[in-house]
Ligand binder design. Structure first.
Ligand code: CIR
Length: 261
């Protein structure tokens, strides 16, 4: 990123190919097993979308040892000042972060680590300028939040905590689109901490689309949610929609599939 105070400009993304073992990923969605081949095609389109926003995309090989490893967002927080490697809270995801360190070290001089007993998954962390909102969730514990906050402060950034009640990760239900605009769904619509933003409120029937991503003035949204798409477009953003049905079956959305920096 060029500038932490103003609108950022992302230049890079890292993604990880889905693995065949994704059919055994963690899920609460009740939408059936994902189709691996279709997931790979959807993932290719997702990469195309990132590329069309001007990003160079590093594509890591699939890792069959970790069914959820395509959701690479959870294993690192990449800021303008430093990278922080997380410690996932889900048992089957512990260790998933290890083989992304090498690629991150190519891009970052400062690489920090969250350590036991702290757990954190970066799907719980949302950047808004140099401030980071950190969800306290089933995956992210108080010690993880403490370590992350301390690390961010060390590099001149700051953080505050948001307690989650219903969703898996913070960014399952909220997305910052820069320019003070924030997409919110469910429990976050009336959350006091977000009332200073211009809230784009997503209805319950389209809640999955609240997990969308701002990439250099384009917003990548999951396809099939026309009200959310039109609402975001009406604010002047370019929109790309990508079918993410196979990732939705594993509770994953647009943010989870990449690290953007
Ligand atoms: C999990 O439960 O860990 C995966 N099945 C989904 C992770 C989604 N990641 C995200 O929201 N950042």
């Amino acid at each position: 990123m060029d500038n932490k105070m103003n609108t950022p400009r992302f230049r890079n993304a890292i993604v990880r190919m889905p693995c065949k073992n994704m059919v055994n990923g963690i899920t609460s969605a009740n939408l059936g097993k994902p189709d691996y081949n279709l997931a790979c095609r959807q993932h290719d389109k997702y990469i195309e979308a990132l590329t069309s926003c001007g990003l160079h995309v590093d594509i890591l090989d699939a890792n069959e040892a970790y069914p959820d490893s395509t959701f690479i967002e959870d294993v690192a927080l990449l800021t303008s000042e430093c990278a922080v490697i997380t410690n996932p809270g889900a048992l089957s995801r512990k260790g998933e972060e290890k083989d992304v360190v090498r690629i991150i070290e190519k891009h970052y001089k400062h690489v920090e680590f969250i350590r036991e007993p702290g757990t954190i998954e970066a799907g719980d962390i949302m950047m808004a300028g140099s401030h980071y909102y950190i969800g306290l969730s089933e995956r992210t514990n108080k010690e993880g939040v403490r370590q992350m906050t301390e690390t961010l402060r060390k590099y001149g950034m700051d953080a505050s905590t948001v307690e989650l009640r219903e969703v898996l990760h913070l960014k399952t239900g909220v997305a910052y689109l820069e320019h003070n605009n924030m997409v919110t769904a469910g429990e976050f619509i009336s959350h006091p901490v977000f009332q200073e933003f211009n809230l784009l409120k997503v209805g319950g029937n389209e809640a999955y689309a609240a997990n969308c991503i701002w990439v250099n003035e384009t917003v990548i949204v999951p396809s099939g949610y026309p009200q959310t798409k039109n609402m975001i477009a009406s604010f002047g953003y370019r929109i790309i929609d990508v079918d993410l049905s196979e990732f939705q079956k594993l509770d994953g959305g647009a943010s989870c599939l990449s690290l953007r920096f």
